[in-house]
Design a protein around this ligand. Structure first.
Ligand code: ADP
Ligand code: MG
Length: 588
């Protein structure tokens, strides 16, 4: 076949393939145009998952007749000054959205500028333009897209259910709304119950509208400037992590993006606090010099390229780490909700009567000697350390220790709450943080063993440990080879107290085998420290004195990140008196 220049409508349809993937991409382009037009109120309406109708109405600057006719042409834009591709301050700049949409749907645009006597309307059907006709309307622009992909069966086939497409539309609007808190957003139509987010100056207020009060209550503010990058937003507490990344929002200069550098930085910042398969919730806003970022690397402008990815990464990591240390011992309040929902009151059957008791449990005449019936209950099912109650000091956030249960749970009371602490998990985190802060200053302090402890193990394990010895010494663990199949331990990290040395060394050997070849050991320090911290002296199963328990609580309050253990699980649960009353149905 000879080479030929493709006709205009074909060119538009090809471009549309990149820009308009699904209804949500149309919504994104139209709302971005409205934002660029300086709108203060944007109303988005969809039906049939956006397939039958997408309507975006704004009160922005509008267009005159000439602009309206040009706007639907390919490569026609009002946003790009000469040679200014490296200084983009608008969301759009490629001038192909409207042309692309007009190529794969029925497009109608009505627009009126503030000083115009009337509005004007143009329609485009599969790239064929109508004449411009007058239309009565207020200032601004109304874009309607009907029968999206009607003539593009290949695309229609890949669309999901109306519900899934409508959800994708809502997600796009959420992200755009977060990026522009001053704009009032309304999202309606037959696809959903309406959403109404009035505009305002405060970013936290918009984040709360979009992500919910649950998130803002369990997040800490970000504020760092580094390497010319201004980082703001809210970082979720580690214990508020989610099973997917839908609660992660990234913005660069007001543009919602998915970017590997940012995702990687957030993952790295939370690596110590959130388990691998969990995703922290975060709303991250970056402001950078427009010249320091290339936004023209993706047709839908969803990705970008930083000129200095390393600087951006370290700015984001710093911002998140600073914010999380500021959170200190806090664990998310939703942990208590999870606990409470686990205590759900059994379902009542009709009219609130309790369900009939199973056979054998019918009311029996009460035995004369009632205590005999309850004899079994008198025996404590677990060891319970009760003691003289010290005066309650409610000014400590984690309260005053009242008791220890099952040799692992500290029961404390602070003013209005019951606090339950998992002493093993908490102590692990405390030891871990101390290791890291000592290591920042130099080698970790060690304590000498009076007699070296000999640990026998397979030859490969001995070899791996021997090889790791220099790294382990920095952490206060001094070992040497003791014959073919044993290791001698001479000094141990002082932080671990009377640790189970045998267990510690075996656990480290397991870790080393697992990490074999995967990374330089120096990069594994955190993982090694985590393993060591597990072997600290206050493991579960140790009875603590009252002063030891209180010391642990005070230590937690002082230590950053102590609200979750090294594996990202909470170290304590706080149940408010009101929660307890709710649990027993007292407040109903
Ligand atoms: P781009 O946004 O990249 O410039 P579009 O195809 O999305 O390309 O829009 C083309 C032009 O139409 C814009 O540059 C703008 O001048 C005009 N336009 C589009 N939508 C609106 C709107 N809602 N209000 C005012 N002008 C608009
Ligand atoms: Mg645009």
């Amino acid at each position: 076949m000879p080479i030929r220049q493709l006709p205009e409508d074909m060119i538009n349809r090809i471009a549309a393939g990149e820009v308009v993937e699904r209804p949500a991409s149309v919504v994104k382009e139209l709302v971005e145009n409205a934002i660029d037009a300086g709108a203060s109120r944007i109303v988005v309406t969809t039906a049939g998952g956006g397939r039958s109708l997408i309507r975006v109405e704004d009160d922005g600057m509008g267009m005159d007749r000439a602009d309206l006719e040009l706007s639907v042409e390919r490569h026609a834009t009002s946003k790009l000054a000469d040679d200014a591709l490296d200084d983009i301050r608008t969301l759009g700049f490629r001038g192909e959205a409207l042309a692309s949409i007009g190529a794969v749907a029925h497009l109608a645009i009505a627009s009126r500028m503030a000083n115009a006597t009337s509005g004007l309307r143009i329609e485009v059907d599969r790239s064929r333009k109508s004449n411009v006709v007058p239309q009565a309307m207020n200032r601004g622009t109304i874009v309607e897209v009907r029968d999206l992909f009607a003539g593009v069966p290949a695309r229609l086939k890949f669309l999901k259910s109306d519900r899934a497409e409508a959800a994708a539309v809502a997600d796009v609007v959420r992200r755009l709304a977060m990026a522009t808190p001053r704009v009032h957003f309304v999202l309606g139509g037959s696809d959903r119950s309406p959403i109404n987010w009035p505009g305002g100056d405060a970013l936290p207020a918009r984040v709360m509208q979009v992500m919910g009060a649950d998130f803002t209550e369990n997040a800490v503010p970000l504020a760092t400037t580094r390497h010319g990058v201004v980082v703001t937003g809210l970082a979720g507490l580690p214990t508020y992590s989610r099973a997917n990344s839908l609660s992660q929002f990234y913005f660069v200069n007001g543009r919602s993006v998915r970017d590997k550098v940012l995702l990687g930085a957030v993952r790295a910042a939370y690596a110590d606090f959130v388990f691998r398969d969990r995703f922290p919730a975060i709303a991250l806003f970056l402001a950078v010099d427009p010249a320091a970022v290339d936004v023209n690397v993706h047709p839908a402008k969803a990705e970008l390229r930083f000129r200095d990815p390393g600087g951006v990464r370290s700015a984001v990591i710093r911002a998140v780490l600073d914010a999380l240390s500021g959170a200190g011992y806090r664990a998310s309040s939703t942990v208590a909700d999870d606990v409470l929902s686990a205590f759900r009151v059994p379902e009542m059957t009709d009219a609130g009567r309790a369900p009939p008791l199973p056979r054998g449990f019918e009311a029996q005449p009460f035995p004369r000697d009632a205590s005999a019936a309850f004899a079994g209950l008198a025996e404590p099912s677990a060891r319970f350390e009760a003691f003289e109650m010290p005066p309650a000091q409610s000014d400590y956030p984690l309260g005053t220790a009242r008791a220890q249960m099952f040799e692992n749970f500290i029961v404390a009371q602070n003013g209005d709450s019951l606090v339950l602490v998992d002493q093993h998990a908490a102590h692990e985190r405390l030891v871990y943080e101390k290791f890291k802060s000592q290591l920042a200053e130099g080698p970790v302090a060690s304590q000498m063993q009076l007699i070296p402890v000999i640990v026998e193990m397979p030859e490969e394990d001995c070899a791996r440990l021997e090889e790791a010895a220099p790294v382990l010494e920095r952490l206060g663990l001094y070992i040497e080879r003791f014959g073919d199949r044993a290791i001698a331990v001479r000094e141990t990290p002082a932080l671990l107290g009377q640790a189970d040395i045998d267990g510690l060394v075996r656990d480290l050997a397991d870790g080393l085998a697992e990490w074999d070849n995967s990374a330089a050991l120096g990069d594994r320090l955190d993982a090694i420290i985590a393993r060591m911290a597990c072997h600290g002296s206050v493991r579960s199963g140790r009875v603590l004195r009252v002063d030891e328990m209180n010391a642990l609580l005070r230590d937690m309050e002082r230590t950053p990140h102590s609200g979750q253990c090294i594996h990202g699980r909470p170290t304590y649960v706080e149940l408010k008196k009101a929660d307890l009353e709710r649990m027993f149905g007292r407040t109903r």
